[in-house]
Design a protein around this ligand. Structure first.
Ligand code: ATP
Length: 600
């Protein structure tokens, strides 16, 4: 008897959701179809906010204003210049995107709460521009915006319009999903942990922030275009700060990091708003926007009990989504392996000062291809600072760093990485909600080329296939291959650190730099790590390891550089270093092989 494979629940539910979405405009009463259209329009905007706020972590209160830019652009072009709404669609998208580009270039370098404040500032400014520009109809607004026509049929009924809005939302959400599972999407997700990871794997955090900001504004512009031709009149009210806050509520309640969570949030909040607007004034005996109070309470409750929103609660009931099907991979090109023993990294009289503090002072050493070099020293010796100078995270105050004969002193972290330096982090920086495979694929960012647009259209499938095959191969190499589809957050720390090594290996580095890889590991985990590093050295990889755990270091490295007080104290084999009187003194007279600090 042939075993029949049951369709996964996820596929069945997706098919059911599509079917329901297609049938609803036909079967609902007309006033509810109008509500459905509003949900679909809001969902289109919130899809962009999910990418910007949920995925990348940039909070915008001003996206309703971008919706206004799209809406007023199409309204002006169709009513004043007589354009067809289909021609004014690209114009509305371009004007919104350009507005976002200008605002983004000015504000997206801001950190912390300054950026949300800036979004409030320009959100309010644009709102007042809409209300105080006579050509835009001021607070009275613009009327007689033409209806859309498709093949001679005017979309004046909510039922017909619902299908157009459904198409726009469907395409937006699908594009966003494609983006999130792409090379660019992984780099966008990495931005949530700060700029360090994205940059360490060859991406430009600022360029990514600008791109996702413009894309999310574009989706708001699309929502504005739909809104204008659905309502057929405009005034500034739906594009003010209050609306901007409501869209954020939708993203937060639905599930800020999930595309379909945003759609769920748009559905819940828009329906609830309609219901409360009808119910609350009757209950309270007076008019007013009381629904905002209820939304506020709802957001507080969501943040209290379901921090990632409602969607992840539903997702928990389903098995994880299988990775998308991709064509058979073509192997990625490999770097030439440096000649064993040849100088690979040369640190020449490097100093790094923070104001008056000399964190690193005239340190020089060489690292030869095929060796493991340990960089050790007591707390505050300057090891991490030197590590950051070599990897391009912080520029040197003076001195030179040469890699494979090229000066890399002035290069940023992304460019240093592209020269063949791969790294791990002192504090593990993985994306816990993604699989091991996805995390490892992030390491291959610099080996791909597909940008935002190709990813949105899912035209990067061949490149993805190659990256995925490489990531799987590196997971196999470090012994994590069998768990490739497990979530990274569920691994114990030791395996998370090994996953970071695999992620670095996906970049095909010629030098692997490890920043305190044994910190927090148990005895057995340290032994596994040491065995892995020995094996990698045997395969021709060069390793620089900054470590506190002397037992691990002494049994692993070929040579050591010892730092203390920012200066190089000694250099040599573990035996030479162990006998060095200055080193013993730096370790307060103790044998450096004896455990130090908490890590040993
Ligand atoms: N960004 C910074 N701004 C100012 N001072 C800094 C900065 N980074 C490091 N320092 C200082 O530089 C000195 C060297 O610090 P560093 O972190 O490089 O030492 P370390 O050898 O890595 O120590 P540990 O083993 O404890 O991590 C310390 O005094 C530290 O406070």
């Amino acid at each position: 008897m042939t075993a029949r494979t049951a369709l996964p629940l996820r596929t069945l539910l997706t098919a059911l959701a599509v079917l329901v979405a297609l049938v609803l405009p036909l079967v609902l009463p007309e006033f509810q179809v109008t509500l459905l259209v509003n949900i679909l329009i809001a969902g289109t905007l919130v899809t962009g906010l999910v990418l910007l706020t949920g995925v990348v972590g940039l909070t915008s209160f001003g996206h309703a204003a971008f919706m206004g830019v799209g809406a007023y652009t199409t309204a002006l072009l169709t009513t004043q210049a007589g354009w067809s709404p289909w021609l004014s669609l690209p114009a509305a998208l371009v004007v919104t995107a350009l507005t976002a580009l200008v605002l983004g270039l000015v504000t997206l370098r801001m950190q912390g709460h300054y950026l949300p404040l800036a979004t409030i500032a320009w959100g309010i400014s644009l709102y007042f521009v809409f209300g105080n520009t006579p050509a835009l109809g001021g607070n009275t607004g613009l009327t007689d915006i033409p209806a859309l026509s498709v093949l001679g049929t005017r979309l004046t009924s909510p039922r017909a319009f619902a299908y157009l809005a459904l198409l726009c939302l469907g395409l937006s959400a699908l594009g966003a999903q494609f983006l999130l599972s792409s090379r660019t999407g992984r780099a966008l997700r990495a931005l949530r942990t700060g700029p360090l990871v994205a940059e360490a794997f060859g991406a430009s955090p600022f360029a990514l922030r600008v791109q996702v900001f413009v894309l999310s504004a574009g989706l708001a512009g699309l929502a504005g275009w739909l809104y204008a031709h659905n309502q057929r009149f405009l005034n500034p009210t739906p594009f003010g700060l209050q609306a901007g806050i409501e869209y954020l509520f939708m993203a937060v309640v639905g599930g800020v990091g999930h595309v379909w969570g945003g759609v769920l949030g748009a559905g819940l909040i828009t329906s609830l708003r309609e219901w409360l607007r009808g119910t609350l004034p009757a209950l309270l005996g007076q008019q007013g926007s009381f629904e905002i109070v209820v939304f506020g309470a709802l957001v507080i409750l969501t943040l209290q009990f379901a921090r990632r929103g409602l969607w992840p609660l539903a997702e928990r009931l389903l098995s994880p989504a299988a990775p998308a099907r991709l064509p058979s991979p073509t192997p990625l090109p490999r770097r030439a392996v440096p000649t064993p023993g040849a100088p690979l990294l040369e640190v020449q009289a490097v100093s790094k000062h923070f104001g008056g503090l000399r964190a690193v002072q005239e340190v020089s050493f060489q690292l030869h291809a095929g060796e493991i070099l340990g960089l050790i020293g007591p707390n505050g010796a300057g090891k991490s600072t030197l590590f950051n100078v070599i990897t391009g995270v912080n520029p040197a105050s003076s001195g030179r760093v040469q890699y494979a004969g090229n000066d890399i002193t002035r290069l940023g972290a992304a460019q240093v990485h592209r020269r063949g330096l791969g790294r791990t982090f002192q504090h593990v920086k993985l994306l816990p909600e993604l699989s091991l495979l996805d995390n490892a694929m992030m390491g291959g960012y610099a080996r791909g080329r597909a940008g935002l647009l190709r990813s949105l259209l899912h035209l990067e499938r061949h490149e993805e296939a190659a990256l995925r095959a490489e990531a799987q191969a590196q997971l196999d190499r470090v012994g994590l291959g069998a768990q490739a589809l497990t979530l990274a957050g569920s691994l114990p720390l030791g395996q998370q650190r090994i996953l970071e090594v695999a992620r670095a290996l996906v970049a095909d580095p010629t030098l692997l730099l490890l920043d305190e890889p044994a910190a927090g590991l148990r005895y057995g985990e340290k032994a596994d790590l040491a065995a892995l590093l020995r094996r990698l050295r045997g395969e021709g990889l060069t390793v620089l390891i900054v470590e506190h755990d002397m037992e691990l270091v002494m049994g692993l490295v070929d040579r050591l550089v010892v730092m203390a007080g920012g200066e190089k104290l000694a250099e040599g084999t573990p035996e030479e270093v162990r006998r060095d009187p200055q080193v013993r003194e730096a370790y307060l007279g103790a044998d450096p092989v004896a455990p130090t600090g908490g890590a040993a």
